[in-house]
Design a protein. Sequence first.
Length: 458
Amino acid sequence: MSGIEFWIPLALISLSSLLVAITGVAFLLHRSLAPMNVVPPASAVVDEIIEAYGRSSTQTRTSVGEREFAAMVLFWLNPCLDTTFYALAALRRLLAREDPARAEDLIVGMRDRLTQMLRTHFDDDDAGAFKHHPHSWPTLYASVVAVRMCKWCADPRSFAELDGDGGIPYPDAIQECLGSSDALTKLKQFLTRCELEQGGFGEFPGAQPGTVTTDAGYRVFALLGIQPRYPEATANFIRSCQKDAPDYDAGSPPFGFANRPDDKLPTCSATRHATRALEDNPALRERRGLDNEERLRVCDFLKLLKTGDGGFAWTKGGSSSVVQTGLAFQTLELLVKHPGTGTYEDVVPYEAISHYLGLLASGSHRLGFGSSSPDNICAVREAVRLTDMTETVYAKGVNGLGASFRVKLLQAVCDHFDERSGLFVGYTQDGHKSIRGVAKYLGRSILDLSQPSLAATS
């Protein structure tokens, strides 16, 4: 499977698909917030993020509570499975396209720290699955991320291969990384309990399904060789989340997908994951996959999400973000493979995306869940992936950004590095970091990129 790019997050219902995924983890914490207080106290970054969330939730009429969101943000002030995964996924693309050997060296240098993190975050005595933070509960979301990281630790060459899943099989990688003969059995049992007879996957056993978690469940099943039991019901569940675009009078209106059937609005993030589940999974595609007319209607829905700055919003009428723009492009990547569907240019003209990436490169838009919200490592990772995709799509390059923007993105990853643990946090806390300083921990491979302005950041 090429380009298995989880987390993807999960559902980021307010600001991006990934945000509500993590917020969903907080919903699992039916415990009081007392166990969470082992993490650092609230800071200016936390306050700013919560304020930005409050504005977004008002605009989009979401129901995620500020208390749960604040708990997630506090988790992200420490290294988590997801924050470290996003950082490594960004570095993977920045390094592997220059020289795969350097990308492999990076994971070799970090292997001990990553392995220890994965073992610490595996709930071996209880659920038999992974937690995104030691004080959260095991979830499908964290387990999907951990499976990918186990493969990287067990087989560093796989980290350097952007296209393909060769090398050591994922089940063997999990057992090798965790050093436990029954860890894989426990994990499979947990994931199987997340699959619901009425269709879809929940974030944890007994939770309500969503299109985002369902997409993740099917993809991790494929990685581990687990056969889904209820493909018919799951295909019907995803189709029940299909929503016509509001305020559209045409006979065949554009449509997207919501995360759950009761949600009223189709969103960019849910459409990304529902479309991928229906298009990529043979069992679902054979039952209720998209036809060519439906693919065109989804493309028309994405057009409605395009904003004046060239980016894409979470839902119609919202403001753009780098995460939603990346998710829109990933949806198009699936749709334009089919004859008659159109091209990227039909939905995202070169001038529009060039202008948007120019705003990111100049700092006019921040690398956050909103164009003005604080930078976070999830959005940085998405900006790297978006840059890769657009450079592939538009052969003439994107506004001449080239190496200078990649240096900026490399610096943004380094700004999320935590020297105490040698891993990565979600939000920067202590200002600008030297790339050369971070290289002491990550390996000198990151200094070998083509970086004409490296001296200015050292």
